[in-house]
Design a protein around this ligand. Structure first.
Ligand code: NAD
Length: 408
């Protein structure tokens, strides 16, 4: 495609689940007409109802007037099939997290859409290049990773594939601005910036449950630091079952010691907030996380079954391990060029993961500590706990030069 600028007036969203609903509202709120496709007509019907209810609620709250609600709803229409959306400028796909399914949809859309149309996936972690490879327009394929709920959360990770063109990135940034998001461009790697960093952070939290801590203690330490939510409360909101099902589907990872508490909770039907029980208990209709001694008993039993000698784990250790896990992975993301700057990583954590605003983000926090100090602390953890703590090369280099991540 020789065209250098892409004008997005009409869009389509594929998938009417949790994410599709929020994405459709983001677009319609910004004046973009949206056609909506789901292969389950009941799901689409229900989703249109939820969107109408959300706007009605916004009117009751006085956030928009009835005329605006009507205009937004008028911009959204259900489409029966892919041929019906052939004239749109942009498609955002938000179906199940399954590479083959996404490739199949992209292949089919590529054959139908006009040559200048852009194709985006809302995948949380899958390989954008593998999705783009299913099309004959890889330079016009990208990730648009919204956060849940998509019409409320500020962050938009724009994922640049190996072949995504600068003009396409430019169009995505313009769209991000138009829909009121804080956009951050990320390179293509598993989990992109935010979820890739989340992985070692959560791993530490889960390991500490086995070593001696309880979910409430871990969450309290991180919330005390200023996080909007600790990791276990976050899992209750997201749904503990999502990763459990993904591990099941992939046929790997289910035996890892760290996920045994999650597995047991899921086997008990404790999926989180949506089922009234997860790491915490929720009274019917309430989102208030209440301490549940049954979960502590389960944690104790699982760690004993796995042969752990439990010990006291204080808030300092919880913070040290969780925060340094974030910082070290952030440094790797920076040295690999996945993120353009430390500030971009901070924007991701401030706007998508509830990192305390007054600390400026994980990389700014590390800069405040001093990178020589961070380097020493990572080395100390490496000595005590093993090579997963080996400091990222960039941490050592900047520490030796007396520099900060922000100066990179
Ligand atoms: P969901 O299960 O709530 O919804 C998926 C929808 O896709 C369903 O309505 C289903 O009927 C529809 N669908 C499935 N196959 C289809 C097909 N062939 N054609 C048309 N529609 C089809 O899923 P979700 O939570 O909205 O997640 C969607 C995507 O967004 C996934 O890739 C996920 O990883 C990503 N994501 C999810 C979250 C989150 O917090 N849920 C956050 C960011 C990104």
């Amino acid at each position: 495609m020789s065209q250098t600028s892409f004008d997005i007036q009409q869009a389509a969203v594929i998938g009417a689940g949790t994410m599709g609903r929020g994405i459709v509202m983001c677009l319609a709120n910004a004046g973009i007409t949206v056609q909506w496709v789901d292969n389950n007509p009941q799901m689409l019907e229900q989703a249109l109802g939820t969107v109408a209810d959300t706007y009605a609620h916004n009117v009751r709250q006085g956030r928009i007037d009835q005329g605006e609600a009507d205009a937004r709803i008028a911009r959204i229409s259900a489409a029966a099939d892919y041929p019906a959306i052939r004239n749109v400028d942009l498609v955002i796909e938000a179906v199940y997290e399954n590479l083959e399914l996404k490739q199949k949809i992209f292949r089919e859309l590529d054959g139908l859409l006009k040559p200048e149309a852009l194709l985006a996936s809302n995948t949380s972690a899958l390989d954008i290049d593998a999705i783009a490879a299913a099309t004959r327009r890889p330079s016009q394929v990208l990730g648009l990773h919204f956060f849940s709920p998509a019409h409320i959360m500020k962050l938009l990770e724009i994922v640049r594939g190996a072949q995504t063109s600068p003009a396409v990135l430019e169009a995505a940034l313009t769209l991000g601005k138009r829909i009121g998001k804080v956009s951050v461009v990320s390179g293509n790697c598993h989990g992109f910036i935010g979820n890739r960093m989340l992985h070692p952070y959560v791993l530490e939290a889960r390991k500490m449950l086995l070593e001696g801590a309880y979910p409430q203690q871990v969450d309290a330490a991180l919330q005390g630091f200023g996080f909007a939510m600790g990791p276990f409360r976050m899992y209750d909101v997201v749904g503990i079952d999502l990763e459990w099902r993904a591990r099941e589907l992939a046929g790997k990872g289910q035996d890892a010691p760290e996920v045994q508490v999650d597995n047991r909770l899921c086997e008990m039907g404790r999926f989180g907030q949506k089922s009234g029980n997860g790491y915490y208990h929720y009274e019917p209709g309430s989102r208030q996380a209440e301490h549940d001694p049954e979960v502590d008993t389960l944690v104790l039993r699982v760690s004993e079954e796995l042969g752990f000698q439990r010990r006291e784990i204080g808030p300092e250790e919880i913070l040290e391990r969780c925060l340094l896990a974030l910082v070290n992975e952030g440094a790797k993301i920076l040295q690999e060029g996945i993120a353009g700057s430390a500030h971009d990583i901070d924007l991701v954590y401030l706007n998508g993961y509830g990192f305390p605003a007054d600390k400026g983000g994980p990389m700014a926090w590390a800069d405040q500590q001093g990178l020589a100090d961070i380097h020493q602390r990572l080395l100390a953890l490496q000595t005590r706990q093993g090579d997963q703590w080996q400091p990222a090369r960039l941490v050592g280099e900047l520490a030796a030069q007396g520099k900060r991540f922000a100066e990179r």
